[in-house]
Ligand binder design. Sequence first.
Ligand code: TA6
Length: 302
Amino acid sequence: MSALEDLNARFALAGQLSFVDGPGGLVQARIENDLAAAAVTLYGAHVMTFQPRSHEPVLWLSPQTHFAVGKAIRGGVPVCWPWFAAHPEQATYPSHGFVRTQPWQVSATAAMPDGTTRLQLTRAATPDETEFWPHAYRLELLVTVGQSLSLSLNVHNPGQHAFTYTGALHTYFTVGDVNRINITGLDQTDYLDKVTGFDRKTQAGPVIFTQETDRIYLDTAATCVINDPVLRRRIHVAKSGSQTTVVWNPWAEKSAAMPDMGPDAYRTMVCVETANAADDQITVPPGASHHLQAEISVEALQ
Ligand code: TA6
């Protein structure tokens, strides 16, 4: 029996979930139920697509992305852990941690009575990671696909000592035209502006996009709404276990310089990231866990 056959024998759900070989040989779970469709690769526990019935795709996945072991996927929902963005001390360590470019294991699947489908992926420490992260850990990402997409990252510390981390569900959303959207939910919230050297500023009104935008909004548990007049919809991003929201669009020049994005890619995407970053660092005592949760739903505009 091949590894793929074994996965399907143990975890496929008739008519709802199966495992297939995806691009680059990366195995992915294809989920399709009466409410929505989604694809999640075991490589990085990366949700790549999500589309509720009667809506356009919600997540943005770069047409130029690499699907290859060792490379991060551009788009969808990278799981960034155990550090957000650049490592605070080690410039050569991978951006956004290492688990987004590592294999995860399937630990459970379930067809739920409410019509949603669940997939749980797990990753525990391996000896070759101790260079980056000397602590024992167990991550579980529970993905629930229904009318909304629910992502719950459970970070467990099975070791003898506390550890402290940052991270994010670095979610890329599809928008009709980034020049015409706005994001509400962050009015009067302080943020660090990465574009101007981490200056501390305060948001006034909705977030609009006219240039490169890379902001770490501080001390906020608020739901954000992406208001999109072109796709005639609102995307709601509700969260828990997170006091940080990151908003990112690289704009024209940086987008063009990224081989896995391309010149105009920035126009149809925006990241609204459910994060633990900056001062929002999470310490997990031995035997304890932290849950980071995002709930993504779409509302059609008339
Ligand atoms: O979350 C925003 C950010 O940290 C940006 O600064 C930008 O670099 C982006 O993430 C993408 O990072 P990546 O390592 O995936 O290229």
